[in-house]
Design a protein around this ligand. Structure first.
Ligand SMILES: Nc1ncnc2c1ncn2[C@@H]1O[C@H](COP(=O)(O)OP(=O)(O)O)[C@@H](O)[C@H]1O
Ligand SMILES: [Mg+2]
Length: 412
């Protein structure tokens, strides 16, 4: 292809000039060297597309030039010029990687032009081939990467599906009872409303209606918990962190449950620190977690029993491995039945309750502790349990205080 650069190495000026003139006339760019040493030096410093070299020259022969060319670029075609006495060594050069040889004196310049053109076309094809192979290799490896990636994604999806499947089985067994009971109650209450209206007792009907709404709200809480938990289980929840005073967390949550505490005539004591402990945390979620602990304490403690809620910190956590932060603790104690040692781990799993029988006395889906512990974990903390069976339970949320320095506190 015209425009390509060719080196001609020959110690005969006559041949050099004749070949150079001819190849230039075909549009090639040409450089010349009068001996082997100059030729190899040129090859080292220029990226030639083709080399034509005489076999016998001073300083370095055609084989030396051939080696220099192949060393520089294995795809650089080399054409050997040779007189009759050195035909054999020219053939040897072919074995060394020369593209072709031409006999001197070169009688047909057109033949030379033809060989040059063919050699360059061959070089092009080789380079193009190499480029395509490289492209193919890149495509292949990225394909292999994609396949590996997708296999991994598939495996993860499968694992998720498997654990969802287990959860589904547990959920179906527990929830069929837990969701249908309040719903059945609501239908009964709705019938009562209807009956009172038929009788014209609007006031009583209104009372039943309020009860109906309360039952609906309980059902809604169950369903909300369920959705919340499933989002957490898929790691699809984000904490909305802000300045979060633990005294406010306790007070606001207790306000929601005070009615039930009073209804069961539970003696409640609240122990708050002199100075509030302020964390960077998701206030609403911490209230939700604390709410689950209060719900349990109220639910499982017999009428007239005792309950305590306390906040403290900074305080060392009860586990042994050193953690880089001071901890605040929010604890809920009760004088309820306590939890047998062999159940103390399992109850933190979703849909797990101590009493899994159909006739169980306490409602609930068994998700409260699973949700609470996920919320605390998401804050970098832990939910712990200490319980003496028969005497009561203490659930504690351990929350890291702002890392490093002294705890942030503000006056109450
Ligand atoms: N304060 C407590 N006293 C006794 N048992 C408790 C207490 N808190 C939790 N449990 C046990 O742990 C189980 C799981 O609690 P939880 O996850 O909140 O689910 P649920 O309240 O829906 O049963 C309860 O069913 C109960 O057996
Ligand atoms: Mg509960």
């Amino acid at each position: 292809m015209p425009g390509e650069t060719i080196l001609i190495a020959d110690d005969s000026a006559e041949i050099r000039d004749a070949l150079a003139d001819y190849l230039k006339s075909l549009g090639y760019r040409v450089q010349v060297a009068a001996d082997g040493r100059k030729a190899t030096a040129l090859i080292d410093s220029h990226p030639f597309d083709l080399v034509i070299t005489d076999m016998q020259m001073p300083f370095a022969d055609g084989l030396g030039v051939l080696q220099a060319a192949k060393h520089r670029d294995a795809d650089m075609p080399v054409i050997i010029l040779t007189g009759h006495p050195t035909v054999e060594s020219a053939i040897g050069a072919l074995h060394e990687g020369a593209y072709s040889y031409l006999l001197k004196p070169v009688e047909s310049l057109d033949e030379l032009g033809f060989v040059v053109e063919k050699a360059l076309a061959h070089r092009h094809l080789t380079l193009e081939n190499r480029r395509l192979m490289e492209e193919l290799r890149v495509i292949n490896s990225s394909l292999a990467q994609r396949v590996a990636q997708q296999t991994e994604q598939l495996r993860e999806a499968y694992e998720r599906l498997k654990s969802l499947d287990q959860m589904k089985a547990q959920f179906v067994s527990v929830s069929s009872h837990e969701l249908r009971t309040p719903l059945a109650q609501m239908f009964i209450t709705a019938d009562l409303v209807q009956a009172q209206l038929d009788r014209g007792s609007v006031m009583v009907a209104k009372q039943y209606l309020a009860e109906l709404v309360a039952q609906g709200q309980r059902l809604q809480r169950l369903i909300d918990n369920l959705l919340d938990f499933s989002a957490m289980d898929r790691n699809e929840f984000e904490l909305e962190k802000g300045e979060c005073g633990l005294i406010e967390v306790v007070r606001a949550t207790l306000d929601l449950w005070r009615l039930r505490i009073d209804k069961k005539r539970l003696q409640l004591s609240v122990q708050l620190p002199e100075r509030d402990i302020v964390l960077t945390a998701d206030m609403a979620r911490l209230q939700h977690a604390l709410g689950q602990l209060l719900d349990n304490a109220i639910k499982f403690t017999p009428t007239g029993g005792r309950m305590a809620v306390g906040v403290a910190g900074p305080t060392p956590p009860p586990w042994t491995q050193p953690l880089p932060s001071a901890f605040a603790v929010v604890a809920v104690m009760d004088s309820g039945p306590g939890i047998p040692f062999d159940k103390q781990q399992a109850i933190f799993q979703a849909f797990t309750q101590m009493d899994m029988s159909d006739s169980r006395r306490f409602g609930g889906l068994g998700m409260g502790l699973a949700i609470a512990s996920r919320i605390v974990l998401a804050h970098g903390g832990r939910l712990t349990l200490k319980s003496d069976p028969g005497k009561g339970s203490t659930f504690a949320m351990w929350l890291p205080m702002r890392s490093g320095t002294a705890p942030l506190s503000r006056p109450r």
